[in-house]
Design a protein. Structure first.
Length: 204
């Protein structure tokens, strides 16, 4: 009797072990399937992180100039070196406490123009904002104060940066953001290195 009971016990233990093994095998298959489904999605992740042509265009627009700017509006035209022309399309006071100047740089000359001089000679601006319009300034003559382009905590200016050399006949949209003068100031002098100084009226 004891031998039979021992045999039955061993068979029961074996059956339980087999059931446990099968349960683990099923669980493993579920994990593999889940892993495969995740792996199937993972190759698309790098692809989705790659910017499309439309994304690149949108980013370039954000970097170069804001939306809702009418290129036909010309608040000022300023001559610069080597046949460059700056056309200012908008000077707007925003609720955030800054003034945004937007316009276009046009190469009306016969030679390619390097934008490096437009960053000015301030070391922080030049080092962090190569080929930018970071050297631009606004002067409130009534308040006797000069305003420089805003920058973030890393020294990057709130302006168009990373510009390529401007080929003859080409136009580059640009924007610059400055701290806003007092609300009583409606007109400022604007200057971009290598360009003449011009007077601009602030809207908004």
């Amino acid at each position: 009797m004891s031998i039979r009971r021992s045999t039955k016990s061993r068979r029961a233990v074996a059956a339980v072990s087999m059931a446990a093994a099968l349960a683990l095998a099923v669980t493993g298959c579920g994990t593999d399937d889940g892993g495969k489904s995740k792996d199937t999605g993972s190759p698309s992740s790098p692809a989705s992180s790659q910017p499309s042509d439309e994304d690149k265009g949108a980013k370039q627009e954000d970097t170069a100039a804001g939306e809702n700017v009418d290129p036909n509006v010309k608040l000022a035209e300023v001559r610069g070196d080597k046949g460059m022309l700056l056309v200012v399309n908008q000077v707007k006071r925003d609720a955030g406490g800054f003034v945004t100047v937007q316009g276009e740089l046009k190469n009306q000359g016969d030679a390619t123009v390097n934008p490096s001089a437009w960053a000015g000679n301030e070391s922080v601006i030049v080092s962090k904002n190569l080929n930018s319009v970071g050297g631009a300034t606004l002067v409130d003559k009534a308040g006797k104060k000069r305003y420089y382009i805003l920058r973030d905590t890393d020294g990057r200016c709130l302006c168009t940066t990373g510009m390529s050399a401007v080929q003859p006949g080409k136009t580059v949209p640009v924007f610059m953001q400055f701290p806003a003068p007092p609300s009583t100031t409606t007109e400022v002098d604007f200057n971009l290195p290598t360009f003449a100084t011009t007077s601009l009226k602030i809207s908004g």
